[in-house]
Design a protein around this ligand. Structure first.
Ligand code: C5P
Length: 230
């Protein structure tokens, strides 16, 4: 996965995505989530690949180890750049996910979601019965992900520093919750600027609405790209 900001293509249809992408005349890193993939399927992934874009297929798999392994065998054939699972599925599930992926694909990176950035500490306690701080819970899942041999985690940029210190700078920290100075916060709670994300140890940033909802997506992207690459 190239080191460019990853644009979250949170659109309802392939047509909307294509209209959006037509505003760019360069190869991008893009994120396809489940809402789009469930509607457009593998064919749409192939059309994005043909345009030269790097793809993070953000399906957050979480099931019994055997099911996730078989699902990963299928995703391996799509030959995207990055896929993910939920670390909450456990060490064995993560190991099997990687095995399934590697059966047909030596290159695709695989990372795990630690805690969703929408999860608050109160929810952690009440719904998951986890009594630690969110940072400690995220670090715990990052350790398990590392132990399972995965390439990194999805986390908040505010947690990236702690993870970097313990698991090294190469372990991927893919971080949503990015807002350039002056941009609307929307529903994100724990945000940083692209510059700060870099300082805190993010290896990749995911940016959606500050680009997709901008009046001038191409120039918003360029500004974020410059801030991120420095
Ligand atoms: O529009 P915005 O920049 O907030 O988009 C962030 C993207 O990252 C969305 O696609 C969102 O679903 C995703 N994401 C997130 N927090 C996570 C995991 C994924 O915001 N923990």
């Amino acid at each position: 996965m190239r080191n460019l900001p990853i644009i979250a293509l949170d659109f309802k249809s392939a047509e909307e995505v294509n209209t959006f992408l037509d505003q760019f005349d360069e190869e991008l890193c893009v994120k396809i989530g489940m809402e789009l993939f469930y509607q457009t399927g593998p064919e749409f992934i192939q059309s994005l690949k043909k345009r030269g874009h790097d793809i993070f297929l953000d399906l957050k798999l979480h099931d019994i180890p055997n099911t996730v392994s078989k699902a990963m065998e299928g995703l391996a054939r799509l030959d995207v750049d990055l896929v993910n699972v939920h670390a909450a599925g456990g060490l064995k599930m993560m190991e099997e996910a990687k095995k399934g992926l590697r059966k047909y694909n030596p290159d695709t990176k695989i990372i795990a979601v630690t805690q969703l950035t929408s999860t608050t500490e109160a929810q952690l306690r009440e719904e998951q019965n986890i009594q630690t701080s969110i940072e400690e819970a995220v670090l715990h899942y990052a350790r398990r992900t590392h132990k399972a041999g995965l390439d990194g985690v999805v986390c908040s940029p505010l947690e990236a520093e702690l993870i970097s210190q313990e698991l090294g700078p190469e372990f991927m920290k893919v971080t949503p919750g990015i807002r350039p100075k002056g941009a609307a916060q929307n529903d994100q709670q724990r945000i940083t600027t692209p510059e700060d994300a870099k300082v805190l140890g993010s290896t990749h940033i995911v940016v959606g609405r500050p680009i997709t909802q901008s009046d001038d997506p191409a120039s918003s992207y360029q500004n974020i790209k410059e801030s991120w690459l420095g």
